[in-house]
Ligand binder design. Structure first.
Ligand code: GUN
Ligand code: ZN
Length: 456
């Protein structure tokens, strides 16, 4: 092997092989290989991850791994003795175009959309603005340790181009697409013609899907902002391309008045998910953000279809929406795929670690305490599974793409001192998701390149 190509990261490695809380029955139901509880994750103190170009080639205890690579130059090892090296975080639902309006007065979802969101998104008719915001978005996500996001752009093709161009420049794996929205929006944001809008989406799909690490999603914003004709054409486009790995990404059952509005516009539908079902949008590459106020048969439908739900707690709390029922979603009797989402800019933080902390609190409102190992699984391998990318990202293992985050357990005097009181890895991770400051991210690697290093 050419030693010049090898690079490595040294620190304490944490990577999941499975859901640490899943019972055997649940794993079998999910069609995954059964594994004992202990092998759901691996934690390697003083470990080494070796990378060749954009891939991980080896990992394990540093002493053992070094012996296998005598040619590995010590100068090519980035060292984080206090660091926990994890797979990069996966944000399964966010809107990069809302980066300029995070923290705008919430009121209710629908008022917030009309007052702040739509006017902000209308500005993405400008290529320059789109590029400026795409750059800012990635600076924030990299500083938060997020390496892959499933992203809403907006109506304008240039908003999609700007996001993909910046993602490609970084060598990152990201998913986006044109947002389809042809009714109930201001004129300056609305698609004027259903057919033209879906054909623009198709052009972007053909240009970007599978180009390097970029992936495309067909994105009807949510049922109330698409005409039945746009929904029909969008469902058709998705079905034509889903076997190539194209996604369907939308919102579902977020807030009471949103649900009432959607049902009034589609009176023939049995429930909210049935609206999407009627347009061939519910299957195993469908990703539904929020899923807060779900009827039992809607979970059942998602389970049977293999669709994914995205838990966006900072957004649901901020906008006073419904609350995600995590143990319902993960019910071993009919488990659904679940990923974590910041939902920037309804969400209030780019950090998936903070998002986990808020998810825990939402769970506690419903007597659903979920342990930290399971939450970090959802932020990494669980998110990769929700997006069907778990053969490429979400683990630190040979052959995987080298997207990683390093969490600095000594990021502040208090954090370091506090973590010394923990007896187990689980206690440590729980304290991190509860009290860690954003500066806990020491470094973020994308495809083997260090793309963020904390200053100071
Ligand atoms: N539903 C439709 N559009 C949006 C959006 O931009 N944010 C949130 N949180 N929900 C939505
Ligand atoms: Zn959203």
């Amino acid at each position: 092997m050419d030693s010049k190509k090898l690079k490595a990261i040294a620190g304490n490695i944490l990577s999941f092989n499975n859901d640490p809380a899943a019972s055997k029955a649940e794993k079998i139901a999910l069609g995954k290989q059964a594994a004992s509880k202990d092998s759901a994750y691996c934690y390697i103190p003083e470990g080494l991850v070796v990378m060749e170009q954009e891939r991980i080639v080896d990992m394990g205890p540093e002493k053992e791994v070094r012996e296998r690579y005598p040619e590995l130059d010590a100068g090519c090892i980035d060292r984080y003795p206090q660091g926990i090296i994890m797979p990069g975080f996966i944000d399964c639902h966010c809107h990069y175009v809302q980066t300029p309006m995070v923290g705008s007065f919430g009121d209710t979802l629908l008022n917030w959309l009309n007052t702040y969101t739509f006017p902000t998104e209308a500005r993405f008719a400008s290529e320059d603005f789109s590029r400026e915001v795409a750059r800012m978005f990635f600076r924030q996500t990299l500083a938060a340790g997020t390496t892959t996001s499933n992203i809403f752009s907006t109506t304008f093709p240039c908003s999609v181009e700007a996001l993909f161009e910046e993602s490609e420049r970084l060598g990152a794996r990201n998913i986006t697409g044109k947002v389809l929205q042809d009714r109930n929006l201001p004129d300056n944001l609305r698609d004027s013609d259903a057919e033209e809008s879906v054909s623009q989406s198709e052009d972007l799909l053909r240009k970007w899907h599978g180009r390097g690490r970029q992936l495309y999603a067909v994105i009807p914003r949510f049922a109330p902002t698409s005409t039945p004709e746009q929904m029909r054409l969008a469902g058709q486009l998705y079905q034509q391309h889903r076997r190539e790995g194209v996604y369907l990404h939308t919102h579902l059952n977020e807030a009471e008045n949103e649900i009432q509005w959607a049902m009034s516009l589609y009176p023939e539908a049995r429930d909210y998910i049935d609206i999407y079902d009627r347009y061939a949008m519910v299957d195993d590459r469908s990703v539904f953000a929020h899923c807060c106020i779900m009827q039992p048969q809607e979970w059942e439908r998602m389970h049977l279809a293999g669709s994914a739900a995205v838990h966006c707690p900072t957004s649901n709390l901020f906008l006073g929406d419904g609350q995600f029922r995590i143990l319902q979603a993960l019910d071993p009797a009919r488990p659904c795929l679940v990923g974590m989402g910041t939902d920037i800019g309804g969400g209030t933080s780019f950090s998936i670690v903070r998002t986990l902390g808020e998810a825990y609190k939402v769970g506690m409102l419903h007597e659903a305490p979920v342990n930290a190992l399971r939450y970090f699984y959802l932020a990494t391998l669980g998110g990769a599974r929700a997006l069907h990318l778990d053969h490429l990202i979400g683990r630190i293992a040979p052959g995987y793409e080298a997207d990683m985050v390093v969490l600095d357990t000594a990021a502040t005097e208090y954090l370091q001192w506090r973590l010394d009181f923990c007896n187990t890895l689980e206690e440590k991770l729980f304290a991190i998701l509860t009290v860690a400051p954003d500066r806990i991210v020491a470094a973020t690697y994308i495809a083997g390149e260090c793309r963020y290093t904390r200053q100071g």
